[in-house]
Design a protein around this ligand. Structure first.
Ligand SMILES: Cc1cc2nc3c(=O)[nH]c(=O)nc-3n(C[C@H](O)[C@H](O)[C@H](O)COP(=O)(O)OP(=O)(O)OC[C@H]3O[C@@H](n4cnc5c(N)ncnc54)[C@H](O)[C@@H]3O)c2cc1C
Length: 304
């Protein structure tokens, strides 16, 4: 079976949910793809930073609120990864329920947390290695965990974990943190957080579950820390592997866009964390969605 829409949105993080909602409000027939769970990255955030998102204060509540609006607006949702993708004068996306066609595409496939790629990281995923301090923190109540990274995410998540854990070892490869001073001050003042600067993680060890993390510090000595949990927040990488190579990317792999959020293909727009130059917060994702839809509507009307 093949279905024709005005616009396809790939990815139902906050950028994609807002884009689908705005497009439907503009009277367009919208198809929204999501491969995992509606909400994307923000599902990991139990307490959204004040002032950044209006309305709900947890990421899951925000996503649920947007989803219910989409269902009222009649957006067609496909619970599948958008893969076989053809971009020409029209766009065609193959999925389990048949080909979906549209005249324009909004890519909102976001980004995922990078892994360190060290021995034991994949092996103990879900058995001590986690990427969600808010969701998994309570499992480590009274235990020792290791957090890696030096930016806002690592600092914030170390503070979240310190509420549950007996001790949090915060490991950063540089000599100083790059996160906001407010978080640096809080981390430094928290007696349960032990800082390891200029230190690398070498290997994760365990049996059925993670038991220890081996660090190598500035003195060159290896040190083993008994730890049941491991959380790495060492940046994001864009989800673009399913897209044709002809869509131009920057050096980090993020989609290049112009001031209208148009990619190197005229009928393809990119919004949120997948695009080059994204400012990083939910309010920016919402603003991207509004701009891309306005430009897509203009394009569709001019070529109707
Ligand atoms: C730890 C952390 C804490 C944060 N805290 C805050 C905060 O307090 N306040 C704030 O404003 N911002 C915060 N942010 C930033 C905010 O979460 C992001 O700016 C925002 O979620 C980006 O949304 P997005 O829709 O662009 O991407 P994502 O959330 O990454 O969503 C992309 C979606 O696309 C889907 N997808 C990918 N590829 C495909 C495919 N081929 N087919 C179908 N679906 C696909 C993914 O499964 C995902 O659901 C935080 C970020 C992190 C990492």
């Amino acid at each position: 079976m093949s279905t024709q829409h005005d616009i396809i949105v790939i990815g139902a993080g906050i950028a994609g949910l807002c884009a689908a909602r705005e497009a439907a409000r503009q009277g367009l027939k919208v198809c929204l793809f999501e491969q995992l769970m509606f909400g994307g990255l923000v599902l990991n955030v139990n307490h959204l930073a004040p002032g950044l998102a209006s309305g709900p204060t947890s990421g899951a509540d925000l996503a649920a609120d947007l989803m219910s609006q989409l269902s009222d607006l009649g957006v067609h949702t496909v619970y599948d990864a958008a893969s076989a993708l053809e971009i020409g004068p029209t766009v065609r996306v193959e999925c389990g329920e048949g080909a979906q066609h549209a005249r324009a595409l909004i890519v909102a496939s976001g980004a995922q947390l990078r892994t360190l790629g060290i021995a034991g990281e994949a092996e103990f995923a879900g058995r001590g290695v986690s990427q969600c301090a808010d969701c998994d923190g309570p499992m480590f109540s009274g235990k020792t965990v290791v957090v890696v990274g030096g930016g806002d995410s690592a600092l914030q998540e170390a503070l979240v974990l310190a509420q549950f854990c007996a001790q949090v070892h915060l490991v950063h490869r540089a000599a100083s943190f790059s996160g906001r001073q407010k978080f640096i001050d809080e981390v430094t003042a928290d007696a349960r957080i032990v800082l390891h600067m200029s230190t690398q993680v070498e290997v994760l060890k365990g049996d059925e579950t993670l038991q220890a993390v081996v660090l190598r510090g500035p003195d060159g000595q290896a040190r083993e820390i008994a730890s049941m949990g491991f959380f790495a927040y060492v940046g994001l990488e864009p989800c673009t592997s399913f897209l044709p190579a002809r869509l131009a990317r920057d050096a980090g792999g993020y989609l290049l866009v112009d001031a209208n959020l148009q990619t190197s293909a005229a009928n393809v727009f990119a919004v949120g964390a997948v695009r080059s130059g994204f400012a990083g917060e939910l309010s920016h994702a919402e603003a991207d969605a509004a701009l891309a839809v306005a430009c897509a509507v203009r394009l569709l009307r001019s070529t109707a």
